[in-house]
Design a protein around this ligand. Sequence first.
Ligand code: 3PG
Ligand code: MG
Length: 348
Amino acid sequence: MRRPRSVRDADVAGKRVLVRADLNVPLEDGRVADDTRIRAALPTLELLLERGAAEIAVCSHLGRPQGPDPAFAIAPVAVRLRELLPDPRVRVLENTRFNPGETKNDPEFARELAAGMDVYVDDAFGSAHRAHSSTVGVAALLPAYAGLLLEQELEMLGRLLGEVERPFVLVAGGAKVEDKLSVLQHLGGRADTVLVGGKMAAELAAQAPREGVHVELPVDVVAAAAFERDAESVVVPAAAVPDGWLGLDIGPETCGRFGEVIRGAKTVFWNGPLGVFEWPAFAAGTKAVAQAVADVDGYTVVGGGDSVRALQELGLADRVSWVSTGGGASLELLEGKELPGVAAIPEA
Ligand code: 3PG
Ligand code: MG
């Protein structure tokens, strides 16, 4: 795999450094609900401070706003970062997606970000699959380096692309189905078994099975009358969800089956919750999978904001080999694609 040059080799003393981090964290009631990604950005920021950077401007997107939108203001993230790293040299720029140019890799917005800065450090592994102004555009305007998190993600996920101990089980769930479907179909070829839950299962069930990929779909689901926290729910066979009802979690039989397959694995990659785990009535599937992954005696990697949050809430994050801060990015990397955010940094 291509290695981008490292922030460890950058001369930052007295410099103004623009850092792109992925601080796209879940919010609840105006507060950061899970700060994993913020904590993961700290080592690079601490290194820059230690090495005498004069000023650090941290930028990130938050959510998918279509322009300025108070619901996606970066303030709660900035507050949390300041609590964790109270250094006056660090400031957080407003949500990059408030500028409609960001997602189009608009050079004008890239120039705005780069203005007054001397060095660019990309530590946003979770956004490395996006060719945006803040991930790719600025890298052409300033001397660009990979942050410590970005480097470590490439190393730990990269291991799944080499010789892995088998069985290799891939577990996929979550929303953002449109991002993941094609990726999953490619990646599935490397795994011995692909377990699919969540919204993805319904989409895959409707497609012809792929040759050579052993995909297992839920046999039963927890179906709800409405997409609501306290909706009336029943366990039904996956093929017998009543008209107008929604499958909001995998059912108990599927939990048992998936758990058994996962515990028998030597290598596991898990991306995306199996149900709406933020709602207790639909959390069992994700919990069962999290527990099974934690029980594996082998190399286990979990990626994607929601699955990571589930692991944290269950106190299981320490029991997996690597908790990736990337969801879509980790999937695309494992598909063998070159990530634009990585490609934009000169090679080591
Ligand atoms: C993520 O959470 O997957 C990353 O932060 C990227 O977000 P995006 O899918 O909205 O680009
Ligand atoms: Mg994503």
